[in-house]
Design a protein around this ligand. Structure first.
Ligand SMILES: [Cu+2]
Length: 241
């Protein structure tokens, strides 16, 4: 009898919730193909793909509340390498290295420059424009990272497995959007699609992202010039002589 009562009471609760508030779960997975990246080829490392949904059958809802995120600089790397944050969020760039760094971006997403700063200190930036921000260091040409600034509440960055879950998605119609730093824009656009999310949620078919056509290109420093030759790259205050 108890189980019958439980089913009945849960059903009553379910019916008491207005349809728009019955948020569903969207599950899916990405794989990365045609990659020259060793981690992808050898370990099937599908980390760092940004997946997000934009409502298409109603007015866009407010983005998630701005948050404080962190991108640490350690061993001349930005960690995590890819983050996604709601519009208006603050990103800290703590310098955990014994050397100076200078995070900046001069790409179209949102140019910023936190300036040169010493070991053990932090600089922050508030990201007020939605888009993909490509982050570099003005001292070290090999350092790069991605910050996806999103104006939608439904977004995720894939873990190594490539599997993702988007929670609290109200039933409706959405544009599925993707970003992967080693996929050319045409390949990503071809994968974007309209999806219907029913009240019971949905599991999407595998999303296969090809890196075909991707050519790693050197970027300029924040002054729009080439980095000094290797060996002279650490010409910052306090650099070893
Ligand atoms: Cu650096």
């Amino acid at each position: 009898m108890i189980w019958r009562w439980l089913i009945f009471s849960n059903a009553v609760l379910w019916l008491a919730i207005p349809p728009a508030a019955r948020a569903a779960t969207v599950k899916g997975a990405v794989e990365i193909t045609n990659s020259r990246d060793e981690a992808v080829r050898k370990r099937k490392d599908y980390t760092g793909v940004v997946v997000w949904l934009e409502a298409t059958d109603r007015a866009a809802p407010a983005p998630a509340a701005p948050k404080r995120a962190q991108m640490v600089q350690r061993e001349k790397r930005f960690t995590p390498h890819v983050i996604a944050v709601p519009l208006g969020s603050t990103v800290d760039f703590p310098n955990a290295d014994p050397i100076f760094h200078n995070a900046f971006s001069n790409f179209s997403g949102q140019p910023f420059d936190v300036g040169l700063y010493p070991p053990g200190s932090n600089r922050s930036w508030v990201f007020k424009k939605p888009g993909i921000v490509r982050v570099f260091c003005n001292i070290h040409p090999t350092m790069s990272a991605i910050i996806a600034v999103l104006s939608t509440p439904w977004y995720v960055v894939t873990p190594v497995s490539g599997k993702f879950t988007l929670d609290n998605v109200p039933a409706g119609e959405y544009q599925l959007r993707l970003f992967h730093e080693r996929a050319v824009p045409e390949n990503l656009q071809a994968l974007e699609r309209t999806i219907k999310v029913p009240e019971g949620g949905v599991t999407l078919p595998l999303i296969s992202i090809s890196e075909t056509g991707f050519v790693p290109a050197p970027h300029m420093n924040k002054f729009g010039r080439e980095y000094p030759p290797v060996g002279n790259g650490d010409t910052y205050p306090g650099a070893p002589k």
